[in-house]
Design a protein around this ligand. Structure first.
Ligand code: ADP
Ligand code: ZN
Length: 598
C-alpha cells in the first residue's frame, strides 16, 4: 500500500518536472522572452521595440536583441493604462490584440501531459505484467488479485489451532459444495478473522484456498476507498462477478474496517464513497446463494468499529479470533520458519520462544530472517543461538518504538495483577467463572487479561453479586499492593469499572442505606464535549456529597475484602504468577485446582 503511494507521488513530481522542462524548450525555440515592465520601457526609449500587440493586461511584441541583432519576441505585463500614448510617442506600430501565440502555449502544456500519461501507462502495463494473476477489470483498473493453485497449507500457519479447526469446515465445504449442502450442513457465507496485524489472517485464508484447491481472490478494504465516487462500488461488483464465474472460490478482503466503518463515523467529507462501496458489498453478500460455493473471508483488527450491518446473520456472522500466540504457539511458528534456513543442531527453540513474548507471526518470521542475515555476515554455515539472541534484541528494539512489548519487571507486575483478579473471582460466590488468564501483551491499553464468561445471561443481579464483582475488579490492584508493595497505573480500567458499578448501586439501584431507595438520574452529558449539561444534575450539593461518600465506602470495603482474600492465599498467588510468567496463558481450571489443593 505505502509503496503504491510513494510511486504515485514520484509520478506527479516527475510530471511537473517534464512540463517545466518542456516549456523552457518551447520558449527558447519560439524565443518568447518575458521582460519586466521597466526593461520594456528602457527598450522603448532605446527605440529597439518594433511592434506591440496590447491586450487588457499583457503586451507582446518584437524587439531587437542587442547581442544577436535579431528580432526577438517578448512578453510583458501591462502596467500603465496609457501605454498606447507612449507607443505613439516612439512611433511603434501597435494593435489591440495579441497575435496568436496560442499554439505554442497550448503545446507546451498538452504535449508533456501526453508524454507523462504515456510513460505512466507503460509503467502500469509493465507492473501488471510482472505479477502473475494481476488482473485489470473493466475500465477501473481494479487491483483484484486472483491466485490459483496456492501452495499455502494449514501446516504453514502455526500457533492458531483453534482458528484452523473452525476453518476446516470451510475447506470441507469448498471441496464439494454440492455434497455438503445435500448433507444439510450449514453453509457459511462470511467469516470474519479478528486479530492484531501479522498474526496470520491472510495466511490462514490462503491456506483455506490452498487446502481446498480453489482460486483465491483478494482485495484490501483501503484500496476500495481511495478512489473516485462510484468506482469502489463498481469494483465490488466486478469482484463478485469474477468470483462467481470461478466458484467454488474464496474472496478475501483485508482491512475490512477501512471500508466497513460504521456509517456516519467522522463527519469529514469523503465517506460518501465508502458508504456506497459498503452498501454494494452488503447487496452482493445478500445477493448470492451460498450453494454456489463462494466464501467470503475478511480480516480486521478493529471489529468494534465495523458497521453492525456487516455482522448481521447471512453476512459476516461468524467470528474467528486469530490472537497473538502464546509461548507454545511462538515455538510452533518459529519451527515453521526455521525449516527454510540451516540452523545449528543445539538451537533451543523453546528458549527463543521465551524471549519473544508479545511478538506475532510476522515478527517471528522477521526474526528468523534477521538471524539468518547475521549468520551470513559472520560467515557462519549455520544459524546459532548468538545470532538469534542478537536478532531478538534488534526486533525488540524495533517493536519497543511501537510500544508493543513490555519489560520483565512489568510482566511480573501484570502476572500478579491478573492472578489477583482470578483468585478473588474464584474465592467469591456468584462471580463469573474464570476461563483464561493471560499476560500476553496486546497493545498499550491492556497488558494482560483475565477472561470471565458468564454461565448464563443475567438480567438481575443481587447486591452481594455486585459487591463481589467490584471486589474482583479491585483484586488486581490488591495483588500488586501485597506482592510488590507498590501499585501501578495498570489498574486504571478496573477502577473505572468498579467505580461505575458502585455509583450505579448508589444512584440507580437504591442499594445504599444512607442514600436510600431513591433513583437519581444519571447526569446527562453533552454528546460531543463530554461535560455535564446545565440543569442536568437533579439533586442538591449535600446529596451529591453523600453519594460520593457512599461510593467511596463501597469501593474501600471491597478493596479491603480483596486484600484479605489474597493475603490468605498468598502462596497460591505466588505459584500462579510463577506459572503465568512461564506459560503466559493458563486456564482457569488450573488455578481452581491449585486452590482446591491447598
Ligand atoms: P495478517 O494478515 O494477520 O496481518 P499475515 O498473514 O499477512 O498476517 O502474516 C504475515 C507474515 O507473517 C506471513 O507471511 C508469515 O510469514 C508470517 N506469519 C504470520 N502468522 C504466522 C503463523 N501463525 N504461522 C507462521 N507464519 C506466520
Ligand atoms: Zn486488571
Amino acid at each position: 500500500m505505502e509503496k503504491h503511494h510513494k510511486v504515485s507521488l514520484w509520478y506527479v513530481l516527475l510530471g511537473i518536472w517534464v512540463v517545466l522542462i518542456f516549456q523552457n524548450i518551447l520558449v527558447s525555440m519560439f524565443g518568447v522572452r518575458t521582460l519586466p515592465y521597466s526593461e520594456f520601457l528602457n527598450l522603448l526609449k532605446d527605440k529597439r521595440i518594433s511592434e506591440v500587440a496590447i491586450s487588457a493586461n499583457q503586451m507582446q511584441g518584437k524587439f531587437k536583441d542587442e547581442k544577436t541583432g535579431k528580432d526577438t519576441l517578448f512578453r510583458t505585463v501591462r502596467v500603465d493604462p496609457d501605454t498606447s500614448k507612449l507607443l505613439e510617442q516612439y512611433n511603434v506600430t501597435f494593435k489591440g490584440e495579441i497575435e496568436s501565440n496560442f499554439l505554442p502555449t497550448l503545446l507546451s502544456w498538452v504535449v508533456p501531459v501526453f508524454i507523462f500519461l504515456g510513460v505512466w501507462y507503460f509503467m502500469m502495463k509493465r507492473m501488471a505484467g510482472q505479477q502473475p494473476g494481476f488482473m485489470t477489470l473493466g475500465k477501473n483498473k481494479a487491483k483484484i488479485y486472483m491466485q490459483e493453485d496456492l501452495d499455502v497449507r494449514f501446516d504453514d500457519v502455526a500457533g492458531v489451532d483453534e482458528a484452523k479447526q473452525e476453518l476446516m469446515e470451510v475447506v470441507d465445504f469448498l471441496k464439494e459444495p454440492g455434497k455438503f449442502a445435500a448433507l444439510g450442513g450449514k453453509i457459511p457465507k462470511g467469516i470474519l478473522l479478528v486479530g492484531p496485524p501479522g498474526t496470520g489472517k491472510t495466511m490462514l485464508s490462503k491456506a483455506v484456498a490452498g487446502e481446498s484447491g480453489v482460486p483465491f481472490f483478494s482485495m484490501s478494504g483501503s484500496e476500495f476507498v481511495e478512489m473516485f465516487v462510484g468506482l469502489g462500488a463498481a469494483r465490488v461488483r466486478d469482484l463478485f462477478e469474477q468470483a462467481k464465474k470461478k466458484a467454488p472460490c474464496i474472496i478475501f478482503i483485508d482491512e475490512l474496517d477501512a471500508l466497513g466503518k460504521a456509517r456516519g463515523f467522522g463527519a469529514v467529507g469523503g465517506h460518501d464513497e465508502r458508504e456506497q462501496t459498503l452498501n454494494q458489498l452488503l447487496v452482493e453478500m445478500d445477493g448470492f446463494d451460498p450453494k454456489v460455493g463462494v466464501i467470503l473471508l475478511a480480516a480486521t483488527n478493529r471489529p468494534e468499529i465495523l458497521d453492525p450491518a456487516l455482522l448481521r446473520p447471512g453476512r459476516f456472522d461468524r467470528n474467528i479470533l486469530v490472537d497473538r500466540p502464546d509461548k507454545q504457539g511462538r515455538e510452533a511458528i518459529l519451527k515453521v520458519h526455521l525449516k527454510s534456513i540451516k540452523v545449528a543442531p543445539d538451537l533451543d527453540v523453546g528458549t527463543i520462544a521465551g524471549m519473544t513474548s508479545g511478538m506475532v507471526g510476522a515478527d517471528l518470521a522477521n526474526l528468523v530472517n534477521e538471524a539468518a542475515l547475521l549468520a551470513v555476515r559472520r560467515n557462519k554455515k549455520e544459524v546459532g543461538m548468538p545470532e538469534f539472541e542478537e536478532a531478538v534484541e534488534r526486533v525488540i528494539a524495533g517493536l519497543e518504538k511501537k510500544n508493543r512489548l513490555i519489560n520483565p519487571r512489568e510482566r511480573e507486575i501484570v502476572a500478579y495483577h491478573e492472578m489477583g483478579h482470578a483468585i478473588v473471582a474464584l474465592s467469591l460466590p456468584g462471580t463469573d467463572p474464570v476461563q483464561k488468564i493471560s499476560i500476553i501483551p496486546r497493545g498499550i491499553a491492556a497488558l494482560g487479561y483475565t477472561m470471565q464468561t458468564p454461565t448464563e445471561d443475567r438480567f438481575l443481579m443481587s447486591r452481594a453479586e455486585l459487591l463481589n464483582k467490584i471486589a474482583t475488579l479491585l483484586g488486581g490492584r490488591a495483588a500488586e499492593e501485597i506482592m510488590i508493595e507498590d501499585i501501578s497505573t495498570g489498574a486504571h480500567n478496573d477502577l473505572a469499572r468498579a467505580t461505575d458499578i458502585a455509583r450505579s448501586m448508589v444512584k440507580e439501584y437504591g442499594m445504599s442505606k444512607e442514600v436510600g431507595q431513591v433513583y437519581f438520574a444519571r447526569e446527562k452529558r453533552s454528546r460531543f464535549l463530554n461535560v455535564p449539561m446545565e440543569g442536568a444534575v437533579e439533586y442538591s450539593e449535600a446529596t451529591a456529597e453523600l453519594i460520593d461518600n457512599e461510593v467511596k465506602a463501597i469501593i474501600n470495603q471491597q478493596y479491603t475484602a480483596a486484600l484479605a482474600i489474597l493475603r490468605d492465599r498468598r502462596p497460591i498467588l505466588e505459584e500462579g504468577a510463577r506459572r503465568l510468567l512461564e506459560k503466559e496463558k493458563i486456564e482457569g481450571r488450573e488455578i481452581k485446582a491449585l486452590m482446591a489443593g491447598n
